[in-house]
Design a protein around this ligand. Structure first.
Ligand code: NAI
Ligand code: MG
Length: 332
């Protein structure tokens, strides 16, 4: 054993796709000890809490986790465990690369976007209450401290990775205080990066422009809720939720997960596309410095897509989860 990682199989298709990712990662980087931890509905039934303390302790010990999707009850029941994990581990950056993959049928070629989403505040934090019956309130809290560390992280990433264009995505025309604060802080940070061109764009205009020509964008920096929305739009631009990976990063810990959810409509049938979580696993390898192993996984995924003989249903093929995973491992 060289080191460990927490594995959260998750709900729905989670266990199917995370096991596929573990097989691929074990093939390029043997000897990682996977500590499996329940969360969500499974944990709630076993331990009376959807987010057990020992799961958080496990991630704190290993510093890294690969996480399957968790089902969030809609409109009632326990709060989102995904949001809970991000808060508890202070994973304030959500990083989602959205890029064109070979042979995946899409409307645009040459998409290469990176979405940075603030992960702890804003409307997505879900701080809601009912001050009087029939009146409900949702609080969009934004702090200078949270914006500042998040935007700095995004610019540092852009610099290190040679990205030359950043769009600050906001709705400060309407939310003058909360998004105004974002722009004030981001402009100050942007000034420290004269070699990166910074633009500002309204969220609604960004959505239209992304649909018309996504190749004009490079790095997008935005708030928690807008980032959630634009991530799924981005996924749609490059082949759907089955292929887009993601990371939640803080100063100490990082949790890697696909953008997609638990897909109850196809769960348990062994047909889900594991590519999104496999690529999230590659991001995890990259994060700990196993860059060569990460690049090998990414390459193998591209070769399998290019050959097109072992694609899952969402990509127009007939392979099941195991079939496409075997094909990726064979290309490593
Ligand atoms: P979803 O992403 O689970 O499914 C949307 C559609 O995409 C479905 O038709 C599904 O079959 C398809 N799909 C998703 N992933 C796929 C894959 N890997 N291969 C093939 N097809 C795939 O989104 P939905 O239905 O809105 O949410 C279902 C549950 O997942 C909800 O409880 C939601 O709260 C939760 N969720 C959890 C997330 C997380 O844990 N990070 C993220 C998003 C949703
Ligand atoms: Mg989402």
């Amino acid at each position: 054993m060289r080191y460990g990682a927490t594995l959260i199989p998750g709900d729905g298709i989670g266990p199917e796709v995370t096991e596929a990712a573990v097989r691929v990662i074990d093939a390029v980087c043997p000897g990682i000890h996977w500590e499996r931890m329940d969360a969500g509905m499974t944990a709630y039934e076993a331990y009376g809490t959807p987010l057990p303390e020992k799961l958080l302790e496990s991630v704190k010990r290993h510093r890294i986790a690969l996480k399957g999707p968790l089902t969030t009850p809609v409109g009632k029941g326990f709060a989102s465990v995904n949001v809970g994990i991000r808060k508890a581990l202070d994973l304030y950056v959500s990083l989602r690369p959205v890029n064109t993959l070979p042979a995946v049928k899409t409307h645009h070629d040459g998409v290469d976007l990176v979405i940075f989403r603030e992960n702890t505040e804003g409307l997505y934090a879900g701080i809601e209450h009912e001050p009087v019956p029939g009146v409900v309130e949702s609080l969009r809290i934004a702090t200078a401290a949270a914006w500042s560390r998040f935007v700095k992280h995004a610019y540092e990433w852009a610099r290190y990775n040679g990205r030359r264009k950043v769009h600050l995505v906001h709705k400060a025309s309407i939310m003058k205080l909360t998004d105004g604060l974002f722009l004030d802080i981001a402009r100050e940070i942007a000034a420290e990066y004269p070699f990166i061109a910074t633009h500002e764009i309204l969220t609604d205009q960004l959505f239209m422009d992304l649909v018309l020509d996504p190749t004009q964008f490079d790095v997008l920096i935005t708030d928690n809720l807008f980032g959630d929305l634009v991530s799924d739009l981005g996924a749609g631009l490059v082949g759907g939720l089955g292929v887009v990976p993601g990371a939640n990063i803080g100063d100490r810990y990082a949790v890697f997960e696909a953008v997609h959810g638990s897909a109850p409509d196809i769960a348990g049938r062994g047909i889900a596309n594991p590519i999104a979580i496999i690529r999230s696993g590659a991001m995890m390898l990259d994060y700990i410095g196993e860059r060569r192993a990460a690049a090998r996984v990414e390459r193998a995924v591209r070769v399998v897509l290019e050959k097109g003989t072992h694609l899952t249903g969402d990509l127009g093929g007939k392979a099941d989860t195991r079939g496409i995973t075997d094909a990726i491992i064979a290309e490593l």
